[in-house]
Design a protein around this ligand. Structure first.
Ligand code: NAD
Length: 381
């Protein structure tokens, strides 16, 4: 089967689906690889590196798509500005697209793919099971984003992180508050601790308390009788009453923080508002808020997607795609996730989808001209 890797066209996207090292591994598995010219440049990989690893460089985008049995991408299909053609219209009928579709947020694109009879596996829908761990691209990207979020905010803050005792006096450590202790939040916690900050973390899932404490964080716990975690380990959408209680509890912590990093997401839903305008107003001038949930509605009431703004003396960063800022590593690990998935669903360079397989069942969005992913289907009906 021929695998094509197009250049990502979403603004600000520096990642590429497959890096040269993964190309040679895929070829060993029996696939033929073709990649769009310059697709890897923004992630730090040259055309000649891809060629040396056995990929064919293709300049003609129509040819790249029309000859592909499988297309590997990072972002959902979009319109290609230079040709005015939507990527869905370039893909061949019956081909398989593997990418981050976020179909619960953008169900219409899945519908378009189904109408075009393109089969789609979405990397954000891979079940978070032990068997699928190697394919868990949400985790591989969130982990890097968590690290980078601390570096960005540390660089913006006009203070240092660690306690320093000097002849000129003692410098107090910076205070970091992290909202959401998922993969990104826990990596942010570890990174901020290594830099010497005092870190407080809040999550609605009390199950994460021990993890937070073992990484040296203080856990801000909202007492509740509600069960906040679903059977797959994800957060449930919290009630208004819970969110109100949470806001009252975290007010003091947020307003005393130098840095607030918010990572709170509920799959398929708008992100909960945790940092209100009132809280920002009461933060110290010079403090920094980074809203990692800005792509899905934002955890901070006054963050702006794609912008860094100053409000009430506070810098609010609304960077929607932090993994793209560490595109080299993000592409390396994403490519490995794709490779693991392809190994799981193929034999001798040929993909055969077993619709009863748990991983395929969870992540298959479109198949044979239909949207088959139940939650996406219900959003479309
Ligand atoms: P996520 O990105 O969906 O959400 C980030 C965090 O925000 C979560 O911890 C969530 O509980 C929290 N959150 C939601 N609403 C909140 C609120 N109102 N206030 C504070 N926090 C709030 O999470 P994720 O990083 O994708 O992880 C989701 C789950 O998947 C976790 O249980 C994680 O341990 C699990 N997981 C399992 C595996 C595996 O077994 N292979 C791998 C990775 C993650």
């Amino acid at each position: 089967m021929i695998i094509s890797i197009p250049k990502e066209i979403m603004e600000g996207e520096n990642r590429v689906a497959v890096v040269p090292d993964t190309v040679s591994k895929l070829i060993k598995k029996g696939f033929e690889i073709q990649i769009e010219k310059d697709a890897g440049l923004k992630a730090g990989f040259t055309n000649s590196e891809y060629e040396e690893n056995g990929a064919k460089i293709v300049e003609d985008v129509n040819l790249l798509y029309s000859t592909a049995d499988i297309v590997l991408k990072v972002q959902r299909p979009l319109e290609r500005k230079e040709t005015g053609k939507h990527e869905c219209d370039l893909l061949k009928e019956g081909s398989l697209l593997i990418t981050f579709m976020y179909s619960l947020h953008y169900p219409e694109i899945s519908k378009k793919c189904a109408e075009k009879k393109i089969n789609v596996i979405s990397m954000d829908a891979i079940p978070r099971t032990t068997l699928a761990q190697k394919m868990d691209a949400l985790s591989s990207q969130a982990n890097l984003a968590g690290y980078k979020s601390v570096i960005i905010t540390a660089n913006t803050l006009r203070k240092i992180f660690p306690l320093m005792m000097t002849a000129a006096g003692t410098i107090q450590p910076a205070k970091v508050v992290i909202m959401g202790a998922g993969v990104a939040g826990l990596q942010a916690l570890g990174t901020a601790k290594r830099l010497g900050a005092i870190v407080e973390v809040s999550d609605i899932r009390p199950q994460v308390k021990e993890e937070v404490q073992s990484l040296g964080g203080r856990f801000i716990e909202v007492e509740t009788d509600e069960s906040m975690q679903d059977e797959s380990g994800y957060a449930k959408e919290a009630s208004e009453e819970f969110l109100q209680k949470q806001k009252e509890l975290i007010f003091k912590h947020i307003t005393q923080a130098d840095i607030v990093i918010t990572t709170a997401l509920v799959p398929g839903k708008k992100a909960p508002v945790l940092v209100t305008e009132e809280m920002v107003k009461n933060m110290r001038p010079g403090s920094v808020v980074l809203d990692m949930a800005v792509e899905f509605g934002g955890n901070c009431e006054i963050s702006e997607k794609g912008k860094t703004v100053q409000k009430y003396g506070v810098t609010i960063i609304g960077e929607p795609n932090i993994p793209s800022l560490v595109a080299t590593n993000a592409s390396e690990v994403y490519g490995k996730n794709l490779m693991a998935l392809l190994e799981h669903i193929s034999k001798d360079g040929k993909v055969e989808l077993d619709l009863e397989d748990e991983i395929v069942k969870g992540a298959l969005i479109c198949y044979n001209g239909e949207v088959v992913h139940e939650r996406t289907k219900s959003l479309l009906s």
